[in-house]
Write a protein that binds this ligand. Structure first.
Ligand SMILES: [Zn+2]
Length: 314
């Protein structure tokens, strides 16, 4: 059997696995990324992960290794620039070095862009040529796919939907700007805002669900309360959906795109969040786009690995 290896490179762990050409992840391993040491040690860890997988599939044919990486990615040499939380890493030819260590072809792409490619090849955007991908997690990531290709911009940094301004006077975002989508719905910002507002909502179920303190206030707690009809929790998702929806509507108008695929841990909030995103987008896109507007959940469970592997299937 022919297979690809997808590598999801994170600041703490490398997750990797063999993926069939039809997009089945056969199994998954996780090893420390050693990002706190140097890019060379990260490459050596990726090499170990690839070697471990090849031992298990010695008679199959590995057709390439795809890496989804944080930071800016230049396709020339699979160069990764300034990945956040990686020590001693400025500009490094990750793809070229990994190819040298493993002896196979390597493709590197920014992790949010890789997730978009994964949804296009194997997930809920299959067959689509034009869509945007939004990942709602610790940060808010994005990718813009035009004509079946990721739109990369001048330096590979396009698609930062999370840093679109939705309120020019809004709260400080870690990027240095104010009022970015991420400054409202990035997981930590969201949890902080909810915990600040809780004192005005004594009757909210969220108070009961976080008996040992607000540090427990993860999105899934808000969802548990929303599922039980808690008015404040439902309001939180409605508001989050509005911020995300405003950014998506502007992106749709800018690119003449009408589909958004939404993934990431915070997207697990489901219906209350998606309904609000959809309502906001429909009320704000230009009228020719309105009837075509689609907001759909991402389909891939392991989008980090599958998206990276999809870079090879291209
Ligand atoms: Zn920002």
């Amino acid at each position: 059997m022919e297979y690809m290896i997808g590598v999801d490179l994170g600041g703490t762990f490398i997750k990797a696995g063999p993926v069939s050409k039809s997009g089945n992840l056969l199994y998954e391993i996780s090893i420390p990324s050693q990002a706190e040491i140097s890019p060379e040690s990260v490459v050596s860890q990726i090499g170990k992960a690839v070697a471990t997988i090849r031992e298990k599939y010695p008679h199959d044919r590995l057709i390439g290794v795809g890496i989804g990486s944080p930071g800016l990615v230049d396709l020339d040499g699979g160069t990764v620039k300034y990945p956040p939380n990686f020590k001693n890493w400025t500009v490094f030819r990750l793809g070229e070095e990994t190819a040298r260590v493993t002896g196979v072809g390597v493709e590197v792409e920014n992790d949010a862009n890789a997730a978009a490619v994964g949804e296009m090849k194997f997930g809920s955007a299959r067959g689509m040529r034009d869509f945007i991908m939004v990942t709602l997690g610790t940060g808010v990531g994005g990718g813009v796919v035009i004509g079946g290709k990721v739109f990369r911009g001048q330096s590979g940094g396009a698609g930062e939907i999370g840093h679109m301004t939705v309120n020019f006077d809004g709260p400080q975002c870690k990027c240095g700007n104010r009022g970015c989508v991420e400054a409202y719905v990035g997981q930590r910002y969201l949890s902080q805002r909810v915990s600040d507002q809780l004192i005005f909502h004594h009757d909210s179920l969220i108070n009961k669900l976080i008996d040992s303190g607000v540090e427990q206030l993860e999105p899934k707690i808000i969802s548990q309360a929303a599922d039980r009809g808690d008015a404040f929790a439902l309001q939180v998702w409605k508001e989050a959906g509005m911020y995300v929806g405003v950014a998506i509507a502007s992106t749709f108008n800018l690119f003449d795109i009408s589909t958004a695929v939404i993934g990431g841990g915070v997207a697990k909030a489901g219906k209350p969040l998606f309904d609000s995103i959809e309502e906001t987008v429909r009320s704000r896109v230009l009228s020719p786009l309105r009837p075509k507007t689609k907001i759909i959940p991402a389909a891939l469970e392991n989008s980090g690995i599958l998206g990276a592997a999809a870079l090879i299937a291209e």
